[in-house]
Design a protein around this ligand. Structure first.
Ligand SMILES: NC(=O)c1ccc[n+]([C@@H]2O[C@H](COP(=O)([O-])OP(=O)(O)OC[C@H]3O[C@@H](n4cnc5c(N)ncnc54)[C@H](OP(=O)(O)O)[C@@H]3O)[C@@H](O)[C@H]2O)c1
Length: 293
C-alpha cells in the first residue's frame, strides 16, 4: 500500500517517519516546505500539492491544525479531491469537531467518491515514531479494513468505533482528560511548593498510587524544572477545548469544570504561552503565585 501524508508538523512528520521505517512508500506534502526535510532525508517523495499526494497514494493521512485546514487541503486548489482515484481512502488525523468531520466525510464521498475515515490519535510525535499511538477510527468499515494494517503499524491499539464523527467525539473527551491532568498537576506542584516541599516528593508519592499517570511519570518532571519544549502545542490543546465548548453548547450539556479549564488555557494563550508544550499551563499557574527558589 502506498501511503501519503499531508501536514508534516510535529505529529504528521512522526507518522511519516514511522511509515517509512515500516517499509511503506511514502509521499508527503506540507504547506511550508521546510517542514518536510526530515521526511525527505528518510526517503519520502516530497510533492508540490495535496493533489499529487492523493494521485500517488492508496491511503492518505491528513494531519493539519483544524477543520478549515482540512477543507483547504482537500477541496482547495490542487487539493486531495482533484487527485481522487478508484480505491483512494483518506484518514483524517487532525483533531476537529465531530460534526465537521462527518460533513467533510460526506462531502468527500458525494463530490469525488473518496471514503474518509476519522483517525484521531492519542500520543504525540515520539509515540508516532515508535509506533505506539492509540488510534480511534471511524467511517466506512470496508475502507477501515483496507487501511487497518497501516494504522496498526503506527499504533499499539486501534479502536474502530463506528460511523463518521464517533471517533472525534471520543477524541475531544480524551483531550479534556489531557487538559485537566496537566492543570491539576500544575496546581499540585504549586501547592507543595507553597508549603516549601520539594515537588519531586509530591511526584514520588503520586506515582506510587492508583492516581499516577503517564503524564505524572514523564512530563511532570519537566514541569517541575520549568521545561516546556513542545510535542503538542498549548494553543492546539486550547483549540480542542474550544471544540468541546462548541460541542456542549450545541447540545446544552452543562460542564462547569470544563469551562473553567478552557478559561485557564485561554488565559495562557493570551499571555503568550501558546507556542509552549501544553504542560506550559504550569508556567501560567505559577505566574499567579509569589516567586520561589
Ligand atoms: N502533537 C500531538 O501530540 C498531537 C496529538 C494528537 C493530535 N494532534 C492533532 O494533530 C494535528 C496536527 O498537530 P501537530 O502537533 O502536528 O501541529 P503542528 O506541529 O502545529 O502542525 C500543524 C500542521 O498543519 C498545517 N496547517 C495548518 N493550517 C494549514 C492550512 N490552512 N493549510 C495547510 N496546512 C495547514 C501546518 O502547515 P505549516 O507547516 O505550513 O504551518 C502543519 O503541517 C492537530 O489537529 C492536533 O490537534 C496532535
Amino acid at each position: 500500500m502506498r501511503v501519503g501524508i499531508i501536514g508534516t508538523g510535529m505529529l504528521g512528520a512522526g507518522v511519516g517517519l514511522r511509515m517509512i521505517d515500516s517499509g511503506y512508500k511514502v509521499a508527503a506534502y506540507n504547506r511550508t516546505r521546510s517542514a518536510t526535510v526530515d521526511l525527505e532525508n528518510a526517503g519520502a517523495a516530497i510533492m508540490d500539492t495535496p493533489r499529487d499526494v492523493a494521485a500517488s497514494s492508496d491511503f492518505v493521512i491528513i494531519c493539519v491544525t483544524d477543520a478549515d485546514a482540512v477543507r483547504s487541503v482537500v477541496f482547495g486548489d490542487d487539493g486531495v479531491a482533484a487527485g481522487a482515484h478508484d480505491g483512494l481512502v483518506v484518514g483524517d488525523m487532525s483533531t476537529i469537531d465531530p460534526d465537521d468531520s462527518r460533513k467533510i466525510a460526506d462531502r468527500m464521498h458525494a463530490e469525488c467518491g473518496i471514503k474518509m475515515l476519522g483517525v484521531p490519535v492519542m500520543g504525540g510525535p515520539d509515540a508516532a515514531k515508535a509506533g505506539t499511538l492509540v488510534v480511534i477510527a471511524d467511517g466506512d468499515k470496508q475502507a477501515y479494513n483496507a487501511c487497518s494494517g497501516v494504522l496498526g503499524d503506527i499504533s499499539q491499539a486501534v479502536h474502530y468505533v463506528g460511523t463518521n464523527g464517533t471517533a472525534h467525539t471520543i477524541k475531544i473527551a480524551m483531550n479534556l482528560q489531557i487538559a485537566s491532568l496537566a492543570l491539576s498537576l500544575s496546581e499540585g506542584i504549586e501547592i507543595v511548593r507553597g508549603g516549601d516541599v520539594d515537588p519531586e516528593l509530591f511526584l514520588t508519592v503520586l506515582n506510587s498510587t492508583y492516581f499516577g499517570t503517564g503524564m505524572s511519570k514523564k512530563k511532570a518532571h519537566n514541569m517541575v524544572r520549568g521545561e516546556y519544549s513542545p510535542t503538542f502545542l498549548l494553543r492546539n490543546l486550547k483549540k480542542d477545548l474550544g471544540l468541546i465548548m462548541g460541542f456542549i453548547d450545541a447540545r446544552k450539556i452543562r460542564l462547569d469544570v470544563a469551562k473553567a479549564i478552557d478559561g485557564a488555557y485561554a488565559d495562557a494563550v493570551a499571555a503568550g504561552l501558546g507556542e509552549l508544550d501544553y504542560t506550559g499551563i504550569h508556567k501560567h499557574i505559577q505566574s499567579g503565585s509569589p516567586k520561589r527558589a
